[in-house]
Each structure stands twice: as C-alpha cells, then as structure tokens.
Design a protein around this ligand. Sequence first.
Ligand SMILES: Cc1cc2nc3c(=O)[nH]c(=O)nc-3n(C[C@H](O)[C@H](O)[C@H](O)COP(=O)(O)O)c2cc1C
Length: 294
Amino acid sequence: MFTIEHDFDATVVTLVDDPASHRQEDVIINAFEDCVTIEQLEPTTDRLQRVTLSMAQLRTFLPLLTCPRVSTGCDPIGLATGLALDLRPLRPDMLVNRKRDEMPTPNPAALEFLRTRRSRPAKTLTTPVPSRDALRPLLEAAARTPDHGKLEPWRFIVLERDALLRLAEAVRARGPEIGIEPEKVEKGALQYADAHLAVAVISAPKPSDKIPEIEQVLSAGAVCLALLNAALAAGWGANWLSGWASHDPEFCRTALGLSPGERVAGLIHIGTETSAPPERPRPDLVAITTWVSA
Ligand SMILES: Cc1cc2nc3c(=O)[nH]c(=O)nc-3n(C[C@H](O)[C@H](O)[C@H](O)COP(=O)(O)O)c2cc1C
C-alpha cells in the first residue's frame, strides 16, 4: 500500500509501512527506451535500492502523480517493500536523469542564442569594430574554454587594420613563391585587405605525457567557436576563416610570427554586420545521432 502527496517542490510517494520520516537520499531516475528505473540509497544497509517500471506500469503510475492525493490498498506498480520515494515533479515529458536537489536552472536566452546563432560573412563586415576595451571581455570568454590539463595550448594575435594591410601584402608576395594561382592569391589577400579587425587563434600544443596533441588542437578549435559566439552574442558580426596562407608555415612564421609547432586554428573576423545572411541548411540530427541506451 502506498500514498502519493504533492508537496511544494516534490511529489512524495510513501509506502505506508515505512518509517514516519522520509528518506533524504538522492533519488536517481533513469529513463530508458523500454523502462524507467528509480534508485535510492538505503542508508541503513548502504545499498542502492532500485525499482524498475515497465512502460505499462509507468502508464498506470503517471496519472496518479497528478491526482491531488492518492491512497491505494494495492501495489499496482510493484514497489519494493521498504522503499520511500521522494520524487521531484515527475511528468511523462520530464523523465530525465536527475538527482534530487539538482534541478537545472535554465537560461532560455543563452540556449536560444546557441540554437539560432550564425556567422556573418566576413565580406559583409564593416566598421566600427570593437575597441581594445570591448574586445577584451570577448577574448576572456574565449579563453574560458575546456582545456585538458590546463595547458593553455593556444594564444591570440589581435590583427588591427594596419597589420591586416601588411598581411595582405605578405599574402600577395608569398602566393607566387609557392605556385598559388593568381586568383587564389588575390582572394587570399583580400581576406586581410578588406578586414578591419581579426583575431588569429593560434594552436600552440605544449609537450605533455598525459594530454595527447589532438586534444590540445581540439581545444584551440573550441576557442575559435567560443570567440565567434562571444562576438555574435555581443552584437558584432563575426566569421571564422582560414585560407591557404594561414596553413603555409613560412607565411605563419614570417608574417604572423608563429613559433615552430604553432598553427593558425582560425582567423576570427569581427566587425559590424551590414546584412543578416539567410539561414543555411543545418545537419539532419537523425542522420548524425546514435542513441545508445544499453
Ligand atoms: C576551421 C574553419 C575554417 C574556415 N575557413 C573558411 C574560409 O577560409 N572561407 C570561408 O568562406 N569559410 C570558411 N569557414 C566557414 C565559415 O566559418 C562559415 O561562415 C561557417 O561555416 C558558417 O557557420 P555558421 O552559420 O554555423 O556560423 C571555415 C570554418 C571553419 C570551422
């Protein structure tokens, strides 16, 4: 026999032969494709108690959770004797892995930004660009990027207008030396010549026995996206570019001053957008996602 009572912040399911006070241990709800498990630590034995509800049992149980108060003499869902559950509001659409007292606090604005964000083509960016003071918090946000081992395997080179013009000339000089087609050379040069501000995110892997180089390079890529997103979130237009010159070691060494082992992870162009681009096709989640439940 059990009762269901709806408190302010929880739905309490109690077996009536349970001790007067409810257990305070975390309740862990795991939702699988074919069943739901509810787990709670039994403090006296230090053992995890688990109830498994089939989907049919869940269907019987869920309407009871929305009743004001339920007391039943039978045990239709087969709760294990001795288990008292203190459930956060449990609705069919809310079955997620969640520990008691760990309900997430949503940030709908941030989520909506991430769901709808998109770059602004560098060619459409113009002045004004962020001042050094305005850029610093964006760099700060970008540097707050997951970095296994805290190696900081990346750094920034902020390219202001005169530096970008110098780099455009360096591209024009370098292209013919390595046989780049003239149109590609000019296109590469204009990427710099037309820009007013770009931040080169430099991947600078550190020697480490523990952290593989690929993780350090991935972290540099994450810095690029973080900077792009920070700029977009701040209201600027921004675009992550590369180009053949950014992969040419000699150009990187002489024009950008990179050390051996360093690479350009991305050039993040930042400026004022002149037009919002139309949405582009996005990946088919079904095609790229595999759900593994056991
Ligand atoms: C590493 C990297 C390098 C890129 N280099 C270029 C580039 O040189 N030229 C270009 O037109 N787009 C380049 N792109 C793509 C642009 O960033 C493109 O605008 C972006 O895919 C738009 O994505 P979004 O709409 O999700 O913001 C690059 C993207 C990445 C991730």
